[in-house]
Design a protein around this ligand. Structure first.
Ligand code: NAI
Length: 794
C-alpha cells in the first residue's frame, strides 16, 4: 500500500477547466463589438481594434478607438451629472454603490472568466483574488459615501475625474479608481487599457442595472491617444493614473500648470528580503505569491530577492525545487499557477532583459516546462550572479523573472533594498518581530509586508514613494485624493499684495561701504554662508529706501543646502516630542524679539499689521508644535488575522518657495509643518521681503534646531525654484509665491524624478487663516503614508 505522502507525490494533475460558456454567450449577445459608454448609452461602434485572448491568440471582440471628440462628449456628460450625483447625498450614493457591489458578487464568475479570457491570468487568481477584492472595494467605499458628511465635512468632491488604468488588473484597477471617486461625489471618465477592456464593458452594464445615474460613469476605450485627450482636457479636475513610470512622467508634464489634482501609481522593483531566521518554507511560498502571481505583471511584484548570505544556498535550493513544481498552462484550468502574458510585446521585452543577463554572464534558472504552442508564455525564471547595476536588477521587468542577491547584515539589506529609483513595496521575512519592525520604516516604500506578500485591502492605502508615484488608493488617505478642502474655495483670487519694494535692483557685487554690516548671508547647515557667486541684491523698503542686501543664491548654494539637509537625518529620527519642543522654543525666542521682527516687517512691506503678523507666526509655530506628536497613523483591520499599521512618514528633503505677502507668517506657515513631521527643508524666502527670514538665523541658532534642518537661500525665486525642481536629491517642492508660470514650471520640471509638488498657483492664500494655511491637508503634503502589514500567528 503506498503511503498518503507517496500518493500525493506521484499524483498527476488532471485538467480542471472552467467553462467559458456564459462569457462567450455574453460576448455573442453583444455582437462581439462594443461602442463607447457615455451618459449610460452605448455609442455606435467606431474605428475598431481587436481584443485578443493572449493564451491562444483568438479574437474575442472588437472595441472602439475613442477620439478626442468622444472624450469631449464624455466629459460634458460627467460634468452635467456631477451636481446631481453630489446632491443624491451620502446615503443615496451609498445605496447605488452597495448595489454595484452586490451585482459584482452576483456576476463574479462571469467577470472572472471574462477577465481570464481577456488578460491571460489564471482563473484561480481572477476568481479568488481579483473579484473578491473588487466587491470589497465597492462595499468599503459605499461605506465612505455613507459617512462622508460626517467624516469629511470640511471637504467637497473634486468634480470630474479622468482615470487611466493598465492591463495587469483590469477590473481591480477599475474598482480602485471608480469606487472612491463615486463615493466622494465625483463623476468619472474612465479609460481601460487597450489590451483588456472587456470587463469594463461588462461593468458598464452593471452600472445601468445598479441605478448609476446617466453621466456618472463614462467609459472610453482606446489606446494612449484617448489617454492623452483625457489628460489635456480642460473640463477634467483630477487625473488618476496607474501604469508605467514613463507614461506617468508624460502625464505630469502634460498636466503641469493646469490646476488638475494628480495621483500616479507607477512601476516598482520591490525587494523581497529573507533574513536567516525566517521560516524559509513560508518565505518560498511568499515568493511564489510575490513574483509569480499574475506572471509577475504586478507593479508591486517582489522582483528582487535579497537573501541573507548564511541561508542563501539553502533558500535558493528550496526555491528552485518549488519552481520545478509550478504549473503553467491554460489560464482557465483551475490547477494552473501561471497563465499567459498579456501580449507578445511584453514577452519580447522580458526576453530581451533576460538575454541581457545571460550576456553579462549571470546564471539563469528556468524549470523544464513545456510552453503552449500559441499565445504569449514565459517560464518562471531565477537570475543569480547579477550586479546591482545590471539592467535586470534595476529595470521593472514586469514578468515572471526574479533576480536574487545576497546580503550579510540588516543595514546592508536596507541599503540594497533602497538601491532603486522606485519605492512601491517590500517584503520582510524574519521570525524576529523587533528586526522586522526596525527594518520596515527604513525601507523607502509605500507598502511593507512582514512575513506575507501581495496582500491588498480596500481599507489599507496603497501607493508609492519616489518614482513609484504619489497619492494613495484605498483607506482614508485614498479618499482625500478625490476630495478638495472647502477652504481652497475661499482663497482670494490673487495674492493680497503689500506695497511693492520700489526698484528691484540688479545684483551688485558685494563689498561696498557698509556691505559687511548690511548684507545678510545664506544659512546652510546651521551656519551663515557667503553666496557662491559673491553677489548680493539690494532690498528696499516700502518707501523705496535701501534697507539691506541679501545674498544672491545660485545652483551651487542650493546644492550645498541640499547636502546639509541630507546630513541632518537625526531630525527625522528624533522623537515627535523633541521636534515639538524645538518648535515651541523657536516660538519663544521669536516672541522675545517680537518688536524687532515687527519693525522689520513694517520697514520692508509698509504693513500696518506687522505686530499682528509676528503674533500669528508665533501662534502658527505653537500650532504645528502641537501637531508634531498628534498626526498619528492608523491601525487598520483588514480581513486577515493581523493588523496593518499606516504610518505618516516624512518625505525627506523639501524645497520651499515662500510667498511675498506676509513674509514672516508665510515662511513659518510652510516651514513649520514640514519640519514638525521630520522633514528637512531648503527654503527660498520671499524674494521681495527676505529679511524676516534672514533675521531668523539667530533665532534658530538659539532654539536647539539642529544644523541642516532648515537651510535658507535668498535670491531669485524663479531661478532657485527651477534648481529645486530639477535637483535629483529633493523629494518635494512647494511653491506659493503667486506665480502661475513659476508653479507650472515647478510641476513640469518635477516630472524628472517624480517629486511631489504643492503649488499655490496664481491664487492667494490668507496666511492668517488656519483653514487655509493649516490643518490635515497641509500635513498631508508634508508626509506620505506607509502601510505595514503584520499578520499574527505562529
Ligand atoms: P502604459 O503605461 O503605456 O499604459 C497604461 C495606460 O496608459 C494604458 O491605458 C494606456 O493606453 C495609457 N497610455 C499610454 N500612453 C499614454 C499617454 N501618453 N497619455 C495617457 N495615457 C496613456 O503601460 P504599457 O505600455 O501597457 O506597459 C509598458 C510597461 O509599463 C510594462 O512593461 C511595465 O513595465 C509597465 N507597467 C506598469 C504598470 C504598473 O502597474 N505599475 C502597469 C502596466 C505597465
Amino acid at each position: 500500500m503506498p503511503t498518503i505522502k507517496e500518493i500525493l507525490n506521484t499524483m498527476e494533475y488532471g485538467p480542471a477547466p472552467e467553462s467559458t460558456k456564459e462569457a462567450q454567450a455574453w460576448l455573442e449577445q453583444r455582437g462581439r463589438q462594443f461602442g463607447l459608454f457615455i451618459n449610460n448609452e452605448w455609442s455606435e461602434a467606431g474605428e475598431l481594434f481587436a481584443s485578443i485572448n493572449p493564451a491562444d491568440g483568438a479574437k474575442l471582440a472588437d472595441l472602439t478607438q475613442g477620439s478626442a471628440a468622444d472624450v469631449d462628449r464624455a466629459v460634458a456628460a460627467a460634468r452635467a451629472a456631477q451636481p446631481g450625483w453630489q446632491a443624491l447625498g451620502g446615503h443615496g450614493r451609498a445605496k447605488v454603490m452597495y448595489s454595484i457591489a452586490r451585482l459584482m458578487q452576483k456576476h463574479a464568475r462571469l467577470f472572472a472568466v471574462l477577465e481570464t479570457l481577456d488578460n491571460g491570468k489564471t482563473i484561480r487568481e481572477t476568481r479568488d483574488v481579483d473579484l473578491p477584492l473588487v466587491a470589497r472595494h465597492f462595499y468599503y467605499h459605499a461605506g465612505w459615501a455613507q459617512l462622508q458628511a460626517e467624516e469629511f465635512s470640511d471637504y467637497r468632491a473634486v468634480g470630474v475625474i479622468g482615470q487611466i488604468v493598465p492591463w495587469n488588473f483590469p477590473l481591480l484597477m477599475l474598482a480602485w479608481k471608480i469606487a472612491p471617486a463615486l463615493a466622494a461625489g465625483n463623476t468619472v471618465v474612465f479609460k481601460p487599457a487597450e489590451f483588456t477592456s472587456l470587463t469594463a464593458m461588462l461593468f458598464a452594464d452593471i452600472c445601468v442595472q445598479a441605478g448609476v445615474p446617466a453621466g456618472v460613469v463614462n467609459i472610453i476605450t482606446g489606446d494612449g491617444r484617448v489617454g492623452e485627450a483625457i489628460v489635456k482636457h480642460e473640463g477634467i479636475d483630477k487625473l488618476a493614473f496607474t501604469g508605467s513610470t514613463e507614461v506617468g512622467r508624460l502625464i505630469r508634464e502634460a498636466s503641469a500648470g493646469s490646476g488638475k489634482k494628480l495621483s500616479l501609481e507607477l512601476g516598482g522593483k520591490s525587494p523581497f528580503i529573507v533574513f536567516e531566521d525566517a521560516d524559509l518554507d513560508a518565505a518560498v511560498e511568499g515568493l511564489v505569491d510575490s513574483i509569480w502571481f499574475n506572471q509577475g505583471q504586478v507593479c508591486c511584484a517582489g522582483s528582487r530577492l535579497l537573501v541573507q548570505e548564511s541561508v542563501q544556498e539553502k533558500f535558493l535550493a528550496k526555491l528552485r525545487a518549488r519552481m520545478d513544481k509550478l504549473t503553467l498552462g491554460s489560464p482557465l484550468d483551475k490547477s494552473m499557477d501561471i497563465g499567459a502574458l498579456v501580449d507578445p510585446v511584453q514577452k519580447q521585452r522580458i526576453e530581451g532583459l533576460v538575454q541581457s543577463a545571460r550576456d553579462e554572464g549571470c546564471t539563469v534558472y528556468q524549470p523544464a516546462c513545456e510552453l503552449p504552442a500559441n499565445g504569449s508564455w514565459f517560464p518562471p525564471t531565477l537570475i543569480t550572479g547579477a550586479s546591482t547595476a545590471a539592467a535586470v536588477a534595476q529595470a521593472e521587468i514586469f514578468g515572471p523573472v526574479l533576480v536574487a542577491m545576497s546580503f550579510r547584515t540588516p543595514p546592508e539589506a536596507v541599503q540594497l533594498a533602497n538601491n532603486t529609483v522606485y519605492g512601491l513595496a517590500a517584503c520582510v521575512w524574519t521570525e524576529n518581530i523587533s528586526l522586522a519592525l526596525d527594518v520596515a520604516p527604513a525601507i523607502k516604500a509605500g507598502v511593507v509586508w512582514i512575513n506575507t506578500a501581495n496582500q491588498f485591502d480596500a481599507a489599507c492605502g496603497f501607493g508609492g514613494y519616489r518614482e513609484s508615484g504619489y497619492g494613495r488608493e484605498g483607506g482614508r488617505e485614498g479618499m482625500y485624493e478625490y476630495l478638495t478642502a472647502k477652504a481652497e474655495d475661499a482663497r482670494p483670487a490673487a495674492p493680497v499684495t503689500e506695497p511693492k519694494a520700489k526698484a528691484k535692483a540688479a545684483p551688485v557685487a558685494a563689498g561696498g561701504a557698509f556691505a559687511i554690516d548690511r548684507t545678510a548671508k545664506l544659512y546652510i547647515g546651521g551656519k551663515q554662508a557667503r553666496p557662491d557667486g559673491a553677489y548680493s541684491r539690494a532690498i528696499h523698503g516700502a518707501d523705496g529706501s535701501f534697507i539691506a542686501e541679501v545674498g544672491e543664491g545660485n545652483r551651487k548654494d542650493i546644492r550645498n543646502a541640499v547636502e546639509a539637509a541630507h546630513k541632518a537625518t537625526g531630525w527625522t529620527k528624533a522623537t515627535a516630542h523633541n521636534r515639538a519642543q524645538v518648535l515651541y522654543y523657536i516660538a519663544e525666542n521669536l516672541a522675545a524679539r517680537g518688536e524687532e521682527f515687527a519693525a522689520r516687517i513694517a520697514a520692508m512691506t509698509g504693513s500696518k499689521n506687522a505686530e499682528k503678523e509676528v503674533q500669528a507666526s508665533i501662534e502658527r509655530l505653537f500650532y504645528y508644535a502641537a501637531w508634531a506628536d498628534k498626526y498619528d497613523g492608523l491601525a487598520h483591520q483588514p480581513p486577515m488575522h493581523g493588523i496593518t499599521v499606516a504610518l505618516n512618514e516624512p518625505l525627506g528633503v523639501i524645497g520651499i518657495v515662500c510667498p511675498n505677502e506676509a513674509p514672516l507668517l508665510g515662511f513659518i506657515s510652510l516651514v513649520a509643518p514640514a519640519i514638525a513631521l521630520g522633514n528637512r527643508v531648503v527654503v527660498v524666502p520671499s524674494e521681495a521681503h527676505p529679511l524676516s527670514a534672514t533675521d531668523l538665523y539667530q533665532v534658530f541658532d538659539t532654539s536647539d534646531l539642529p544644523a541642516g534642518v532648515v537651510n535658507i537661500i535668498t535670491g531669485s525665486a524663479d531661478e532657485l525654484a527651477r534648481t529645486l525642481a530639477t535637483h535629483s536629491d529633493i523629494d518635494a517642492v512647494w511653491r506659493h509665491d503667486g506665480s502661475a508660470e513659476g508653479c507650472a514650471e515647478v510641476e513640469r520640471l518635477s516630472a524628472g524624478s517624480l517629486k511631489r509638488t504643492w503649488v499655490g498657483g496664481a491664487k492667494g492664500r490668507d496666511w492668517y487663516s488656519t483653514a487655509q494655511a493649516g490643518g490635515r491637508a497641509v500635513l498631508a503634503h508634508a508626509s506620505q503614508v506607509k502601510n505595514i502589514w503584520i499578520p499574527y500567528g505562529v
